[in-house]
Design a protein around this ligand. Structure first.
Ligand SMILES: [Mg+2]
Length: 125
């Protein structure tokens, strides 16, 4: 399983990379939506975790761009967002996001959402 972590915060990228690694994912990172699109072309991940507020191309714009391109239909998109952006989530879901996680998140929440998306993650990982 391959995952792409997209967030302009290096700290958040590190946390998510560690969690996903422990769960058995190979993980690549991108610091904004433009980098993410470049990575997607290279790696074709099974999952992308997408921050909302990022420079160049924000999370919503990235979701729209990904879903516009049929080659990425297989990728599950999980928005990782802050409380203040909750009211926007319906827009992201309408645009093709599959799930969302609120910041600050715990590993348990990530595990639960991955299970909802059908990934075979171990509860005790
Ligand atoms: Mg951000």
């Amino acid at each position: 399983m391959q995952a792409l972590v997209v967030d302009d915060s290096k700290a958040v990228r590190s946390i998510l990379t560690r969690i996903l690694g422990e769960l058995g994912f190979g993980v690549a990172q991108a610091a904004d939506g433009v980098e993410a699109l470049a990575e997607l072309r290279k790696m074709k991940p099974d999952l992308a975790l997408v921050d909302w507020n990022m420079p160049h191309l924000n999370g919503l714009e990235l979701v729209v761009a990904i879903r516009r391109q049929g080659t990425y239909d297989g990728v599950k998109l999980m928005m990782v967002t802050t409380e203040s952006e909750t009211h926007q989530m319906v827009r992201a879901l309408d645009a093709g996001a599959d799930e969302y996680v609120m910041k600050p998140f715990t590993k348990d929440v990530i595990v639960d959402k991955l299970k909802l998306l059908g990934f075979p993650v171990r509860q005790d990982a």
